[in-house]
Ligand binder design. Structure first.
Ligand code: GDP
Ligand code: ZN
Length: 305
């Protein structure tokens, strides 16, 4: 039998199988794909299991992962924790104000998704608050940065239910990680899409325990409309991809096609001569805000605010 891991708690695994949840354990131990992790299985893993007479399951195999999000367990250790895997999409819920989501935050999210090879898009919530000229301007300004790059920008309101069907469509039959600052309306949106759902999103808890060995694994929630939502790894976990300086520009999709035109093949697109990326910033082909945020990731600045 084949199912998907919904939740892990210690050595127990909740596996979604058809319309049921089966409590499973792992049969013996098995090493997976050479990754040195503290947890062999994570939410999103497709597993094969045998069903025992008492209704519990025994997992004996795991399917190859198409992607996974990971974090280092302890700074100096080589061991890592897989937070979730087999994501089909990552959606960032954004509000240009009330509360403000910075473009720095958005760009780190998008670059991380690119690095993990996960399809990413932006949900601009609270559109009801951006109806009037001045406010409309800050929303349009943001959408004008990301839409031309090919990132889908969905404008919605959880309050007035405006355009929510666009999100339902996106979530359908996908495993989607939903991220975004506290207060942007993640819970409201999901409740509006899936009435009575009452999702408990708690992405902040991880950051208080920084450095401590925590077991805040992701958990999946099945949608009645088909598909799964992942919460709880929190954006800090998603956004802390271990970028190699020379590779950051590979994850800025408008920079990637240019980097081979730079004079130096290890160009960081900062002070180097004959840099194709800087030239594109000067002509306006690359948006200045994207370039500045690229530089902040390069300098490892905290742009989470
Ligand atoms: P979360 O922290 O991202 O889960 O955000 P919540 O869903 O808890 O929403 C935070 C606040 O924003 C609540 O007071 C919501 O009522 C409000 N809110 C959520 N969506 C909208 C919206 O589309 N328009 C307006 N005006 N307020 C919203
Ligand atoms: Zn360059």
């Amino acid at each position: 039998m084949k199912g998907i891991i919904i939740k892990t708690t210690g050595s127990q695994y909740q596996v979604g199988f058809e319309d049921r949840l089966v409590n499973c354990r792992i049969k013996g131990t098995f090493k997976i794909m050479g990754i040195d992790t503290t947890n062999p299985l994570a939410a999103g893993d497709w597993v094969h299991f045998d069903l025992a007479d008492d209704g519990t399951g025994l997992i004996y195999a795991i399917e190859e992962r198409k992607n996974y999000i990971i974090r280092k367990s302890v700074k100096l250790s080589k061991q890592s924790q897989i937070l979730a895997c087999n994501l089909d999409a990552a959606a960032l819920v954004v509000t240009p104000a009330y509360p403000k989501t910075s473009t720095g935050f958005i760009d780190r999210f998008l670059a991380t998704a690119e690095a993990y090879h996960i399809y990413a898009y932006l949900i601009f919530n609270k559109s009801d608050l951006f109806k009037h000229e001045k406010d409309r301007g800050i929303l349009d300004e943001m959408i004008n940065i990301y839409q031309p790059l090919g990132y889908d920008c969905i404008e919605v309101s959880a309050l007035t239910n405006n355009s929510l069907e666009k999100i339902t469509e996106k979530l359908h039959d996908r495993v989607t990680l939903i991220a975004g600052h506290s207060g942007v309306g993640k819970t409201s949106l999901i409740n509006a899409i899936e009435p009575g759902y009452n999702l408990k999103i708690n992405p902040i808890s991880v950051q208080h325990k920084k450095g401590v060995h925590t077991t805040t694994f992701a958990e999946m929630h099945k949608l009645k409309s088909g598909g799964y939502i992942i919460d709880s790894p929190g954006i800090r976990e998603f956004g802390t991809f271990d970028f190699v300086k020379e590779e950051i520009s590979h994850y800025f999709i408008e920079m990637l096609p240019l980097i081979h035109s730079c004079k130096f093949n290890n160009c960081l697109h900062e002070h180097e001569a004959r840099c194709a990326v800087k030239a594109a910033v000067e002509t306006g082909a690359i948006h200045p805000s994207r370039y500045y945020n690229y530089l902040s990731i390069l300098h490892n600045e905290d742009i989470f605010r």
